[in-house]
Design a binder for this molecule. Sequence first.
Ligand code: B12
Ligand code: SF4
Ligand code: SF4
Length: 315
Amino acid sequence: MSDDLKAALKQRARDQGFVACGVASAGVSQSTSRLEAWLDNNFEAGMAWMKRPDAVEKRAEIQKLFPGARTVISLAFPYATDAPWDSEVMGHIARYARGVDYHDFLPGRLRELLAWLQSRVACSGKVCVDTAPILEREWAVRAGVGWIGKNTLLMGRDFGSYVLLGEIILDIALEPDEAHLESFCGSCTRCLDACPTNALVEPRVLDSNKCIAFHTIENRTLAPKNVREGFQDWLFGCDICQQVCPWNEKAARDGKFSTEVELWTRPEMPSLDEWTSIEQSEFSRRLKGSPIKRAKRRGMKRNAARALKNRRDKK
Ligand code: B12
Ligand code: SF4
Ligand code: SF4
């Protein structure tokens, strides 16, 4: 691919709302030992799909996911907006989950980009967003999109960490960008200090057993008592280790948040009190197309009861 076409691809990605786009050569994972150690420690907290041997193999070797893979294009899509959020009334809901489910629209944007590329150069490709067995953050680092912060999130100096990642895997070789091996966390430890459940057991290592995001989204059972007492009033997901990050403060100051407010807000979002008694039909109607449906009505009622209890205990 010529430099001109690569520049045009990056411009096209920007036009589609992506804040970063980088290219890496496909190859074996450079952090398999980190992944293995993480799984050996059971930091996946019983998310069985993370431990499936075929999925581990595919994470370690991208050619097992997409035979013939030669290039990985990594893209970052912003989701934080300036839209007001009254946490007193609403409780806390992770910013990515306040509007539509990104799994429903982001793959489409990547497919458009792939089709655009295929109209210029003969190639086959595969689009991934979140659910494929691929180490999205490693690929983002290797493609020069950003670095992995101490909160484990991929971030950039221009856009912070409130971005979602997606990849286009190609069977043709493109000139790779330089990997982003430098970290700009410096001596900062704000995220480690702020995590109320000490889920960040060391810089860049998260124990899902202690993470509010895991328990309020994925866990169908009850979190251990000492962990759930730290949930504050988080109803779905958790952004604390991002809220405190100076790079997100900078991105907000510089006006780098998403302007697609309609994607990331939902006028009919129930309030904290409403969650406790919401009927199934109303849940389905008001949460249509929302990632919150993953927790199901039962999970959200449980989360709301816990959030209200934590509020009462704090008084
Ligand atoms: C499982 C999962 C979770 C789990 C575990 C999180 C975790 N930290 O692993 C839980 C349910 C807790 C979770 C929570 C959230 N998640 Co999540 N999650 C995933 C998922 C599906 C897999 C992550 C994974 O493989 N974890 C295993 C660990 C070991 O892998 P890892 O953290 O990526 O680390 C590897 C590399 O980073 C590498 N590495 C570390 N340092 C370095 C340095 C260099 C130089 C290199 C090359 C590599 C390297 O080593 C590790 C092992 O290989 C990814 C999507 C995907 N397919 O990647 C989304 C993903 C990570 N989640 C995402 C989001 C948005 C969230 C939440 C913010 C949602 C919320 N607000 O509640 C929280 C954030 C919590 C946090 N601080 O991480 C985004 C993150 C975007 C970003 N900017 O980083 C992703 C990428 C989904 C997406 N497509 O956008 N998530
Ligand atoms: S998402 Fe919340 S609970 Fe999980 S590591 Fe970050 S601050 Fe801690
Ligand atoms: S809060 Fe500080 S240490 Fe944590 S990710 Fe942001 S810059 Fe890095």
